[in-house]
Design a protein around this ligand. Structure first.
Ligand SMILES: Cc1cc2nc3c(=O)[nH]c(=O)nc-3n(C[C@H](O)[C@H](O)[C@H](O)COP(=O)(O)OP(=O)(O)OC[C@H]3O[C@@H](n4cnc5c(N)ncnc54)[C@H](O)[C@@H]3O)c2cc1C
Length: 455
């Protein structure tokens, strides 16, 4: 049986005497059932085993052949799917979210869509229109999940741009963004105007097919942002590959002109910054200052970055400079500098500037909570924390119990839709899964403690 969020918060609030580092020693696992802990330990051990992650899709096909569809599905539901996915139906997602809410955690729903850059298989407007409807349903679901008083402006969801516009268009836009001669034609103002008015937009060097897809993409983005705004759901746009990000940032900037303007309040549309890219700190500084100067609200999800291996492989293939930091320490240093920059902006600009510290890293979280205290940023104000569902619950629970705003990024959908997505994410986050050893140790300790009847 779970204890309620409010009751625990009173016991675990921040010390009145000053900042105290949070205890990520697994104490908060006592909030979870033994079955859940066992599943978490088993799944994290399995995911830290490289062949399972590398050959996940092939293994899934073989398990269906050998065990039959029913048994194979049941195994997946009881393990990986159950650990990392909220469920398939709205009712299942609701059940999962209610459980999180009892533990002082909030949902950050993510529609799992799969598309690799340059994959031709899924292109065509119909696929993007289907994704648009999935995003609109996600807005509804996110809104419906948090119908508690006082939570009106706490509803966030993730949005993957390449579910609504193709990677080939993003690459073409990226090339243009990098060309100073094209900057007037592709200014955020011009795109924002086209989105708002629905007027025809022609980019002179684009072919008819590209212009047509750009118009359709702008219309989809406008529809999602408009609907999310009316439902008071904040959209956190994911960062993707370095070859696409300049285009994604241009589209976010266009959406921000409209939806983060002073008359709208907000920020309703946030961008994601990946600390593993060498130019991120400089870009974040410029964007934060530009938003301030323009009087726009500014929302940031700060991550280390998920596509390290692919970025490096691509740079080797193209014989271009590797855009990523040389090692883990450099990425962490960059994360720390970006965090400091954003917290200072939040403390100066107040609630028009929002930040999600999206990380499982205990040092980054200590830095954030310490600086929040020093800068007088309220615990449940414009700074929140984000972790993936099923990952680092010892960190999320400790934060939530201490009264910080904590979101769990939650994919949902049918097994067939979600498993390929999960396997891809596991391949991208291999180092994180292998680094979850501390979580495994804490889970084992808690389970042994229960077995031996220790309090
Ligand atoms: C809520 C949420 C939303 C997210 N959204 C996005 C998103 O939009 N886009 C995105 O790309 N990722 C996203 N991520 C994933 C994120 O970028 C990280 O991959 C993940 O969180 C692991 O980083 P960490 O800070 O939690 O953990 P840590 O274990 O401290 O860091 C691992 C990370 O360090 C970096 N790293 C590891 N080894 C090296 C090396 N040798 N050289 C340089 N850097 C290295 C990599 O970025 C790696 O992912 C999201 C994560 C969360 C929790």
């Amino acid at each position: 049986m779970f204890r309620t969020c409010g009751g625990l918060r009173a016991r675990a609030g921040p010390s009145a005497g000053g900042w105290q580092p949070l205890n990520f020693d697994g104490g908060a696992f006592n909030l979870k059932g033994t079955g859940e802990l066992l599943r978490a330990l088993l799944v994290l051990r399995l995911c830290a085993w490289p062949p399972l992650v590398t050959h996940g899709l092939t293994l899934q096909v073989w398990s269906r052949r050998l065990l039959g569809s029913w048994l194979s599905r049941a195994l997946l539901r009881g393990s990986i799917y159950g650990q990392f996915v909220a469920g398939e139906t709205a009712g299942e997602v609701e059940g999962c979210v209610q459980q999180l809410q009892r533990l002082c955690l909030r949902p950050l729903l993510a529609v799992p869509t799969e598309e690799e850059p340059d994959s031709a298989a899924k292109t065509g407007e119909a696929w993007y229109e289907g994704n648009l409807h999935a995003m609109l349903r996600c807005v509804d679901l996110s809104r419906g999940l948090l119908e508690t008083p006082g939570s009106a402006d706490h509803v966030l969801m993730q949005l993957k741009m390449t579910a609504l516009t193709s990677t080939w268009l993003c690459k073409a836009l990226t090339s243009l963004v990098r060309d100073p001669r094209a900057s007037l034609e592709l200014s955020p103002e011009r795109l924002a105007e086209a989105m708002d008015s629905g007027q025809d937009l022609q980019v002179s060097c684009f072919k008819a097919e590209q212009n047509h897809h750009l118009r359709a993409s702008l219309s989809r983005l406008h529809q999602v942002a408009q609907y999310a705004r009316t439902q008071r759901v904040r959209l956190l746009v994911d960062a993707e590959y370095a070859s696409l990000n300049p285009a994604l940032s241009l589209l976010v900037a266009a959406l921000a002109m409209r939806w983060n303007s002073p008359r709208e309040g907000g920020p309703w549309v946030w961008n994601t910054y990946q600390a593993y890219l060498k130019d991120t700190h400089e870009r974040l500084k410029q964007d934060a200052e530009a938003a301030d100067k323009a009087g726009l609200a500014f929302g940031v999800k700060l991550v280390r970055g998920a596509y390290l291996d692919k970025e490096r492989k691509e740079a080797r293939l193209q014989r271009t400079e590797d855009p990523t930091q040389p090692d883990y320490e450099a990425t962490s240093q960059s994360y720390s500098r970006c965090l400091e920059l954003m917290l200072t902006h939040v403390s100066r600009r107040g609630p028009v500037c929002h930040l999600m510290v999206a990380s499982h890293n205990e040092d980054s979280i200590h830095q954030a909570t310490k600086r929040m205290w020093e800068l007088g940023i309220p615990l449940d104000g414009p700074v929140c924390f984000g972790q993936l569902l099923g990952m680092c619950d010892h960190v999320s629970l400790a934060l939530g119990q201490a009264g910080y705003a904590v979101y769990k990024s939650i994919p949902y959908g049918s097994l067939e839709e979600v498993i390929p997505y999960l396997i891809r994410r596991a391949q991208e986050n291999r180092s994180v899964l292998q680094g979850a050893r501390r979580e495994q140790k804490l889970l084992s300790q808690e389970l042994w403690g229960r077995l031996l009847g220790r309090a």
